[in-house]
Write a protein that binds this ligand. Structure first.
Ligand SMILES: [Zn+2]
Length: 225
């Protein structure tokens, strides 16, 4: 019998050591979960540092992601360790796109937009809020998908993507694109020297996530000059 998906849940592989997060593969997680006595990897997909999506458990089967809530949830796990390092820009972009795809696939877009506090897209740790509301049976002590992953910012980004019309065409200019690229490099180099806090770095990294900025830089790097 087909199951009904009501929520998309974000996780971290929580894979890191000595302040370094690792680019976990779906195969590694599959092995860990089998060692735990499960049939196979509990998550439906794993998103690597470069944004690549690796398949996990077939979403038609019941996953193993959040105790007491698996029947109605879809699970995205991010490689690395969300308490040690934020998602890479590629992971965030890929995660947002995949989440939107799944919201569409499972008919959840309207609910997501009309229930801003509904946790239709949620981090694993937010199951505690569902427990508080009487909507889930089992709380968690995990920080999953990690202290450095701000789920409100993630939901806001998804909300914007779903509601804003596509950005207008920008006027490409090779010289300006080159200046943009070098300017951003200077900003990131300066930020690294200043050892800015994660929150400030996340904000600065937003520059790179604008499709026009990405596209202008990609074009400048790849086109012959
Ligand atoms: Zn989790």
């Amino acid at each position: 019998m087909a199951r009904t998906i009501e929520r998309i849940v974000w996780h971290t592989a929580a894979h890191g050591r000595d302040g370094q997060a690792f680019d976990t593969t779906a195969a590694q997680i599959d092995q860990w979960h089998r060692e735990r006595g499960w049939n196979e990897i509990g998550y439906n997909v794993v998103i690597r540092f470069n944004g690549a999506i690796e398949k996990g458990r077939d979403p038609r089967k019941i996953p193993a992601g959040v105790a007491g809530l698996n029947q109605t949830t879809y699970h995205i796990c991010f490689s690395g360790h969300g308490d040690i390092a934020p998602l890479t820009p590629q992971q965030l972009e890929s995660g947002v796109q995949h989440t939107i795809e799944m919201l569409r696939k499972y008919g959840l877009v309207e609910r997501f937009l009309s229930e801003p506090d509904g946790l239709i897209v949620m981090g694993h740790r937010e199951v505690n809020e569902l427990v508080r509301r009487g909507l889930a049976p089992t709380p968690t002590t995990k920080t999953c998908p990690g202290r450095l992953v701000d789920m409100n910012a993630v939901r806001l980004l998804i909300h914007q993507r779903l509601t804003q019309p596509p950005a207008p065409e920008y006027a490409y200019d090779a010289q300006a694109a080159g200046e943009l690229y070098r300017g951003l490099q200077q900003v990131y180099a300066a930020a690294a020297k200043l050892n800015l806090p994660d929150e400030a770095m996340r904000f600065l990294n937003q520059f790179r996530k604008q499709p026009e900025v990405d596209e202008a830089i990609r074009r400048w790097k790849t086109e012959p000059r």
